[in-house]
Design a binder for this molecule. Structure first.
Ligand code: BDP
Length: 723
């Protein structure tokens, strides 16, 4: 596509992206009219005369965003000028163009904020206070504008403001598990946004809105395609299309990554091998990378799933992860690209506890990867469960940048019908102390690189975005996209703060809505843990699609795909012994952590059955037997959903009918499914415990046979076949 044509389409899209849209489409960028007259007046005073130093595409989109946002919120078209004059109330410009009179008050701030940070500060100028938004680079200005608009939308005072902010993590990335046929693996919000057939000529305005949403929370990288990759994405026909998307994203500071199928040299290159030590294979990757940069000069690099769940990789040729990753890193290095190599590996031929395998395979390679390789590690050692202890690899590879991989899409958390506020889960992991360099060695410090002075850092989230009108299926799942971005920007933020920001920007800042809804969101994660897998139970989902409970499943070809492998229930008790008397997975943690996990008396009860196989009569901290305590937890999860429903009813007056009804209906489904989980799991575990349900736990309405007979051949998100 010619550049001029592209720019024209691009700005047409920006225009159209702000038209009236169905509820939920605008995400946290609704820019609804500020109601309080005193606030409107104060914001109007500050934005009466705006000096906006424009120029580049990034600054153009920043200005456009500001114009739209201010007009919608304050009801007045803002007055921009591009030459400085004494009447200005707001100045937006890069640090190097700040007026002489104020430049001094920004010098120190600008030194602190790096390439992507920004400053929003009120300073005295010409006998009045003016507001200045500044940064070292254009992208910082865009981030600063988004933050300013957020502050206004959420009714915060700008008087005397001094906000100096910069991301703590370099690569803040969404991983889309989107297939070229537009199905989304583990996607519950419709089809893939990427309309490959219509690209390159048709640029869907949603691409722009997607980029706006990401930039507004600081996401600066996206991997477009499924980690179970199809090599065709690396062929010229698709690279043209990827280029069109990359050009839409570029002004928003977003780099495109692609998933690279390890066997691509054979599948699309006509070679007989994909052996990373073969000179022809190396040349193929070098040439391919050069070709990609010809299309996309700011290409980010490759995301690779290799030798995992049947995907090809270096081990097919007797080589290892270092050989594979470094081969690609060598090809990308001259262009500044990165390899993000996933550590999600486990093998059916390895009898070792699955929870131990990634650590065993990767940790010995510490220090051997090239500088532009990041190893991407899931938050826990199994697989995105409602609750897992932090992955033991965090902190254990001091010489290798470890990227965090969270799952925003709710594969194991009720799909897009369950309201679960995930930043609570993310925060729990990030705050966990690895003790790898003594007390205070949190996962957040490993991931942001500060614990071991890493040169590059990253956090990825498996996206929950699709073609649904509201992007994420469940309106509250938008908060998970939002919260992921905010934590990738600053992993030390609290999930509480993020929930409040999101509610205010998305719905209203009326405390009568904010307070109860924040409480509901904050409790929602524990509710899902309770009704799916309390006390450290994990991976007891039904096969393949992972929709609903299937703790009885034990007939799958690979042992570690069977729920019975994980809960190990028998007549004596339940749980996976990962202490030295069992798989000894605890030995992969620092001594301080292992000691706590090894003893059931000190092991936090939320991880009890993750690390211990305990008798049904084992006494919990609250004095209950394990069986009774577990049953009561399942009940508590159901009760918590009932409470969510009641809470939602109380806020009805504060939202529209449509908003109210949508969530009310979804909560009803959640309640039905929470009961399904409780009843199916308790009936099944009861066949081992041989004990009655304690008082307070509702009797199941169906038999175990009924729950076992349920089939869902068309549950969403499952791939029709493995690539
Ligand atoms: C599992 C998913 C599977 C993914 C895999 C991965 O069930 O669809 O391909 O993770 O992360 O949780 O590679």
């Amino acid at each position: 596509m010619g550049c001029k044509k592209f720019i024209l389409i691009f700005f047409l899209c920006i225009g159209s992206s702000f038209s009236q849209s169905p509820e939920g489409y605008n995400l946290w960028l609704e820019y609804s009219k500020i109601q309080q007259p005193s606030l409107v007046e104060a914001y109007n005073d500050l934005t009466t005369s705006i000096y906006f130093q424009g120029g580049t595409n990034t600054l153009k989109v920043a200005k456009q965003e500001m114009a739209t946002g201010l007009e919608k919120m304050l009801g007045r078209i803002p007055d921009f000028t591009n030459s400085i004059n004494p009447d200005h109330t707001l100045i937006v410009t890069k640090g190097s163009f700040l007026p002489e009179a104020v430049i001094k008050s920004f010098e120190k701030d600008l030194q602190k904020i790096g390439n992507e940070g920004f400053v929003i500060k009120s300073v005295p100028h010409n006998k009045k206070d003016i507001l200045v938004v500044t940064a070292n680079n254009d992208i910082g200005i865009l981030y600063g504008i988004f933050r300013l608009l957020h502050l206004i939308q959420t009714g915060q005072s700008l008087v005397g403001i001094k906000l100096v902010d910069a991301p703590k993590i370099d690569i803040r990335m969404l991983n889309h598990w989107d297939n070229l046929d537009r199905t989304v693996e583990r996607g519950y919000a419709g089809f893939s946004l990427w309309n490959w057939q219509k690209l390159t000529d048709f640029i869907d305005p949603r691409y722009v809105d997607y980029a706006r949403a990401n930039a507004s929370i600081g996401i600066n990288a996206v991997s477009l395609t499924n980690v179970n990759a199809n090599a065709l994405i690396l062929t010229p026909m698709y690279l043209e299309k990827v280029k069109a998307l990359a050009m839409v994203f570029e002004p928003y500071g977003i780099k495109v990554y692609l998933t690279a199928r390890f066997s691509a040299p054979m599948e699309i290159g006509g070679l007989e091998t994909a052996d990373p030590l073969d000179a022809k294979v190396q040349k193929w990757w070098n040439d391919k990378v050069r070709e990609i940069y010809g299309y996309i000069p700011n290409f980010g690099g490759f995301l690779v799933k290799a030798n995992s769940e049947g995907q090809p990789g270096p081990q097919n040729y007797g080589r290892n992860h270092v050989d594979g990753a470094n081969m690609m890193a060598t090809a990308l290095e001259p262009f500044g690209g990165n390899v993000i190599w996933r550590a999600f590996v486990y093998s059916e031929h390895d009898p070792e506890d699955r929870a131990k395998q990634a650590y065993s395979e990767f940790v010995p390679f510490d220090g051997q990867f090239k500088n532009n390789v990041l190893v991407q590690v899931k938050n826990g050692a199994i697989d995105f469960q409602p609750r897992e202890p932090f992955h033991p690899m965090f902190g254990a590879m001091p010489q290798t940048p470890l990227m965090m991989e969270f799952q925003i899409t709710q594969e194991y958390l009720g799909f897009s019908t369950h309201l679960v506020y995930l930043p609570k889960l993310f925060e729990e992991v990030l705050k966990s102390d690895t003790y790898q360099k003594g007390k205070g060695s949190t996962v957040a410090k490993v991931v942001d690189g500060s614990l071991h002075n890493k040169k590059i850092s990253g956090m990825a989230g498996v996206a929950n975005i699709g073609t649904d009108l509201n992007w994420t299926g469940h309106p509250f799942a938008q908060a998970n996209w939002y919260g992921f971005g905010r934590l990738a920007w600053n992993p030390d933020l609290s999930s509480d703060t993020i929930a409040e920001e999101w509610i205010k920007a998305t719905y209203t800042d009326d405390e009568k809505f904010v307070v109860p809804i924040k409480k509901m969101m904050m409790n929602s994660r524990e509710a899902v843990v309770n009704y799916m897998g309390p006390l450290g139970l994990h991976h007891i989902f039904d096969t393949g699609h992972h929709y609903g409970p299937g703790p009885w499943v034990g007939n799958l070809s690979r042992p570690e795909w069977n729920p019975i492998y994980y809960h190990k229930a028998d007549e004596k008790g339940i749980g996976f012994d990962r202490t030295p008397t069992g798989s000894n997975a605890t030995a992969q943690y620092a001594d301080e952590v292992a000691t706590i996990f090894n003893d059931p008396k000190t092991c936090p009860e939320e991880y009890l059955l993750w690390f211990h196989h305990l008798p049904w009569d084992y006494e919990l901290k609250n004095g209950q037997t394990l069986w009774n305590g577990m049953a009561l937890k399942y009940q508590e999860g159901v009760d918590q959903v009932e409470t969510m429903i009641k809470t939602w009813e109380t806020v009805k007056p504060h939202i529209t009918q449509t908003q109210y009804k949508e969530v009310a209906m979804l909560l009803k489904i959640q309640l039905k499914e929470a009961k399904w989980w409780r009843d199916a799991c308790l009936l099944y575990f009861q066949t081992f415990s041989k004990r009655n349900l304690p008082d307070g736990v509702e009797k199941p309405k169906q038999t175990l046979e009924y729950y076992k007979s349920l089939r869902f051949p068309f549950a969403p998100g499952i791939r029709p076949r493995w690539n």
